[in-house]
Design a protein around this ligand. Sequence first.
Ligand SMILES: Nc1ncnc2c1ncn2[C@@H]1O[C@H](COP(=O)(O)OP(=O)(O)OP(=O)(O)O)[C@@H](O)[C@H]1O
Length: 245
Amino acid sequence: MSRDGAAALLEVRVSHKDYSSAGARPQRALENFVLSLPVGRAGAVVGPSGCGKTTLLRIIAGLDTEFSGEVTLPAGGRLGMVFQEPRLLPWRSVIDNLRIAAPQASEEALAALLAALELSEHARHFPGELSLGLARRVAIARALAIEPDLLLLDEPFVSLDDALARDLRARIAVLIDERHVTTLIVTHDLREAIELADVIFLLSPRPSRVGATLNVTTPRKLMTKDVADALEARARKEIEAMRGC
Ligand SMILES: Nc1ncnc2c1ncn2[C@@H]1O[C@H](COP(=O)(O)OP(=O)(O)OP(=O)(O)O)[C@@H](O)[C@H]1O
């Protein structure tokens, strides 16, 4: 495996990724997995539970190096990652969580980020005082504070109620548009992917690969229900052709 950070795109080529456990046959999670995402675009990786989405994110983030293949990160190679659990430092305030993650960032830049995510009034709160939705927003602010060349989001809306998920989706869409951060979102929710991504990667059954790629040509701000419905129908056909995951 190799990692690089000089490209105008994120490129993942995994010929295979196996999990081995004592006494059992190795399980192949990914095979012939090829994905590429141009800089400044938002991609969504869609597939149901267990098809290898978290495995893929861990490989891209460099947290798993036990695979055969290579990952090329966008130029700069700086990664921001938001896990399903916000993983904030519990004994530090919200603003200190950002300062520690991004010591180079100016106070003005951090204040602007908190404002963009409507977190200003929570700057002095501690993670234990925040709801899950607020804590997720802080985790996203923290990931953006480091000005990443690639932002990885693992199921950012999971366990949030519909209204909170919709609200956070809208905020992330604005941040992607305004900051042009290359973003890869993992989700099991097609509609979420259609609302946020420029390109959708549909994963095949395990061992997983990108079974189909859908380009979302309508800009996020102009997306209508009809266009989203049509895209969803196309995606469902592709998924059916792959017979689920
Ligand atoms: N540490 C591990 N050891 C053995 N098998 C694993 C390990 N981690 C994941 N797997 C297996 O690899 C496959 C892919 O897992 P992964 O967590 O990447 O899927 P996922 O699409 O992210 O699932 P979910 O949506 O439920 O988080 C699954 O079959 C899983 O059981």
